[in-house]
Ligand binder design. Structure first.
Ligand SMILES: C[S@@+](CC[C@H](N)C(=O)[O-])C[C@H]1O[C@@H](n2cnc3c(N)ncnc32)[C@H](O)[C@@H]1O
Length: 225
């Protein structure tokens, strides 16, 4: 595994995963199923009940994260891994193969845009955020989940791991600034402490949570001009 992979390598990487592991969450590189369900269920609970909404799962992989939303909403799934999308479509997502840096959807189409476990793979992540912001409806919600750069456990792992797949990490504060820059307010965090099963919520980047949460979700509401 190369230290930093370009876009086409990630596409190939996730196509290979989907060919090997099929619809399993292993195709999306989760540590294990338990860790996946813990993150998914806590995140969806935090997002709140959604019904009759237009939702975009950006970088949906095999579609396991947004699958529970399909029953009561219209869920679109985009990803550049065509092999992964086959499984997402079978889960009921409306799929299209697209690069997140240039989405085909019109401005303000979605009530909710979610992007889970993706931006750590993308060197130019601001281009993706700009696109996600563009397709979010004024008053709609943008939710991003990613690894926490400030985490002590991740710093320790870096000392021991020779090759690190996920090179790009962000602090909560950094993403908060980018959310504000692209017109989002009411910003909140959900902090996840793998391998422990608890999560905490808050509007800020507290010292303990920024040091010990291994990953976090950030959500914000798009301002209505
Ligand atoms: C770690 S997986 C997460 C999948 C899913 N969100 C989940 O949490 O189960 C990351 C996904 O992002 C996709 N991806 C990465 N960069 C992308 C890009 N620039 N455009 C479209 N998809 C991308 C990959 O193909 C992969 O399916």
């Amino acid at each position: 595994m190369h230290k930093i992979m370009g876009n086409s390598n990630w596409k190939q990487y996730f196509d290979n995963k989907a060919e090997t592991f099929g619809a399993s969450v292993k195709s999306s590189d989760y540590f294990n199923e338990e860790s996946f369900f813990m993150q998914r269920d806590n995140t969806l609970r935090w997002l709140g009940r959604l019904e009759g909404k237009e939702i975009l799962d950006a970088g949906c992989g095999v579609g396991a994260f947004s699958e529970p939303l399909v029953k009561n909403n219209t869920v679109y799934g985009v990803d550049f891994s065509v092999k992964s999308l086959e499984h997402a479509a079978a889960r009921g997502l409306r799929t299209s193969s697209e690069d997140l840096t240039a989405l085909s959807f019109e401005n303000g189409k979605f009530d909710v845009v979610m992007c889970i476990g993706v931006i750590q793979l993308i060197e130019q992540y601001e281009n993706v955020l700009k696109e996600l912001a563009r397709v979010t409806k004024p008053g709609g919600t943008l939710l991003i989940e990613t690894l926490n750069k400030g985490s002590v456990q991740r710093k320790m792992l870096k000392l021991f791991e020779k090759s690190k797949k996920f090179e790009k990490m962000y602090t909560m504060d950094e993403l908060k600034r980018v959310f504000s820059k692209y017109g989002f307010g009411q910003i909140e965090f959900l902090k996840i402490y793998h391998p422990f099963k608890f999560v905490t919520q808050g509007s800020g980047d507290g010292l303990m949570s920024s040091m010990f949460s291994t990953s976090f979700a950030i959500k914000g509401r798009k301002n209505i001009d």
